[in-house]
Design a protein around this ligand. Structure first.
Ligand SMILES: NC(=O)c1ccc[n+]([C@@H]2O[C@H](COP(=O)([O-])OP(=O)(O)OC[C@H]3O[C@@H](n4cnc5c(N)ncnc54)[C@H](OP(=O)(O)O)[C@@H]3O)[C@@H](O)[C@H]2O)c1
Length: 340
């Protein structure tokens, strides 16, 4: 016996990937329905071998459905998720709306699976920001061994992290560079993204950091340990899929780079590719479509007492969003909504 599952935002980058991953991982689905905005009514999306037609989220009745995977952005989540949750359907949300709500667990299953018990307060579970999800998978096993004091992270985030409009803008602008009569000025991004990098993701905060950077700080604390200090610089790069991060970690205790490599090799969700030779590391194009978070370039930071550097790459539409959401649904099924 399986579950009655709703995908809200099924025409988007994350929604389509959630459908792929549910099918790939043989999630026990008895019935599935796909929702988007009214303008997409009847749009076809794939679920394994099947083709499904989207319905209108605005008029959908969630009564009798077990799990709803939401990927519709904060505004639409605010409008529709409380109603779904109230109707008895557990919402797993990809937006940032509920991530910092103390009554909503923020889950990365490899890191803080036990926090799922808190779901019942609102019937809502939050999925973290893409950059945070991949980083905490790498941090947690190292924190368990040597206690992390501080993290300095710089991200190299792909355009698909800004939704389908972000990916379209890189595609169109790249073509227009070779055809100057077809000018494509920035719309989704604040500056030209083709052949460029932009040190600005989400809105600016009072202290000069951006909301994306703040999310990495707040979410790492909520998921791993409130005592960990994090400082982040988040940068958009002209890559379609796959976020990369250069991570510097300072520990309480000494952790040798070889031991760190061994710990990460054993860690759930992590794949270590770390050869000190040409190409002995992972780049974003190689992680697309994969479930793992890839770690490379593990090395001691000799400028501080107990420091390590590493390079972390993952498919932002998968571990950063859709995969993590499906893993939460699996956890919910195994621990709470047991069937059959
Ligand atoms: N992309 C990532 O790497 C990533 C990572 C983590 C979290 N997230 C979060 O996941 C969510 C979705 O992101 P995305 O990249 O998939 O965006 P996207 O490609 O722009 O897709 C947005 C989806 O939401 C639907 N939608 C938007 N407003 C709606 C409304 N008022 N009513 C019904 N449906 C509505 C859209 O339907 P239509 O096609 O009908 O407009 C579409 O299916 C966002 O909250 C985002 O922050 C994304």
């Amino acid at each position: 016996m399986g579950y009655r599952v709703v995908i809200a935002g099924a025409t988007g980058n994350v929604g389509r990937e959630m459908l792929n991953i549910l099918a790939e991982r043989h999630f026990p689905v008895d019935e599935i329905t796909v929702l988007a905005s009214r303008k997409s009514l009847g749009t076809e999306v794939s679920f394994g071998e099947k083709t499904l037609k989207t319905k209108d989220l605005d008029t959908f009745d969630f009564t009798g459905w077990d799990i709803a995977l939401f990927a519709v952005g904060s505004e639409a989540t605010k409008k529709y998720a409380p109603g779904a949750a109230k109707a008895g359907c557990v919402v797993i949300d990809n937006s940032s709306l509920y991530r910092y709500d103390p009554d909503v667990p923020l889950i990365v299953p490899e890191v803080n699976a036990d926090a799922i018990e808190g779901y019942a307060k609102k019937n809502i579970i939050a999925n973290p920001n893409c950059s945070t999800a991949q980083m905490v998978v790498a941090l947690k096993p190292l924190h368990d061994r040597a206690t992390i004091k501080r993290v300095v992270v710089s991200t190299y985030q792909s355009v698909s992290g800004a939704g389908k409009e972000g990916a379209d803008e890189l595609w169109d602008q790249t073509k227009s560079i070779y055809n100057p009569t077809d000018d494509k000025p920035p719309k989704k991004f604040t500056k030209q993204i083709a052949f460029n990098v932009i040190p600005h993701i989400d809105s600016f905060m009072e202290d000069g950091s951006t909301k994306e950077e703040w999310k990495m700080v707040a979410e790492t604390k909520k998921i791993v340990d409130p005592k960990i200090k994090v400082t982040a610089t988040c940068v958009r790069v002209p890559v379609f899929v796959g976020h990369s991060e250069a991570v510097n970690i300072e520990f309480e205790d000494h952790l040798d780079e070889d031991e760190a490599r061994e710990i990460l090799r054993e860690a759930p969700g992590v794949m270590v590719i770390d050869k000190r030779e040409d190409g002995g590391y992972v780049t974003p194009v190689e992680c697309v479509g994969d479930f793992a978070t890839f770690i490379s370039r593990i090395r001691q930071d000799s400028t501080i007492d107990n420091g390590l550097n590493l390079w972390c790459v993952s498919d932002n539409l998968r571990k950063g969003a859709a995969l993590n959401a499906v893993q939460i649904a699996e956890l919910l099924g195994n621990r709470i909504l047991k069937k059959g």
